[in-house]
Design a protein around this ligand. Structure first.
Ligand SMILES: C[S@@+](CC[C@H](N)C(=O)[O-])C[C@H]1O[C@@H](n2cnc3c(N)ncnc32)[C@H](O)[C@@H]1O
Length: 209
């Protein structure tokens, strides 16, 4: 695990409440929209990579999904999410503190039906980090499984939380995933931070052949 990155995120999650974060969504509408396009059963595994304290997990629990896996490099983020959910709802979720660029536990997952990543891939600037993300994704996702990725778009911010990011469009994401994946749908989406400032994202949905 990259301890300086872990400390960076732990510090942010330790200092702010989830609804003060510059990426907080009361309702994760674009993720919900793309999830609704996925033809999956409620008991199939959904992996949220870099879930942080995301309300997407609350949504999945409330919708009755039974095999939810929330992972993040920051255990403080995951603990805040657990706290918000409360004991009963949190017990539905499998919690994994892991670094997606040096994964230990995520590597052992299999047959993931949906890989969901909002605002994580764009922090991976080094080729070896991106390649580890990709090889892990390919290892754990099932044939016919879905990948939802949301990243800062080419018109988007160049930095977030003091870190540089790599901006994407749907073609770059498609090229990154490679020919084993079909791009099913994509859209640009402007997220507004709690401060009211806009943050342009690209959202894309892929399916593994
Ligand atoms: C901008 S936040 C987005 C959180 C969440 N996906 C959401 O939409 O609310 C980025 C998240 O990625 C996590 N993260 C950053 N680098 C990571 C890594 N190498 N492995 C796993 N998680 C990472 C951070 O801890 C943080 O929770």
């Amino acid at each position: 695990m990259n301890t300086s990155i872990k400390e960076h995120w732990n510090e942010i999650y330790g200092a702010l409440d989830p609804d003060e974060l510059t990426w907080y969504e009361e309702i994760p509408a674009p993720s919900i929209k793309l999830l609704s396009r996925c033809n999956i059963n409620k008991d199939e595994p959904i992996l949220d990579v870099g879930a942080g304290a995301s309300t997407f997990i609350d949504y999945l629990v409330d919708q009755g999904f039974k095999n939810i896996i929330a992972t993040d490099i920051s255990e403080i983020a995951l603990n805040k999410l657990k706290e918000r959910l409360g004991k009963e709802k949190a017990s539905v979720v499998r919690w994994i503190a892991d670094d997606i660029t040096q994964p230990i536990h995520i590597q052992n997952l299999r047959d993931i039906a949906v890989w969901h990543d909002r605002a994580v891939l764009h922090f991976l600037l080094e080729e070896h980090q991106q390649q580890m993300y990709l090889s892990t994704l390919k290892k754990v996702i099932k044939k016919g499984g879905y990948v939802i990725i949301a990243a800062f778009s080419l018109k988007g911010a160049k930095k977030c939380s003091g870190l540089d990011v790599k901006n994407y469009d749907q073609n770059m994401l498609a090229k990154f995933l490679g020919e084993d994946f079909n791009l099913l749908e994509y859209f640009d989406y402007t997220y507004y931070m709690p401060s009211g400032k806009p943050r342009p994202y690209v959202y894309a949905l892929f399916q593994k052949k």
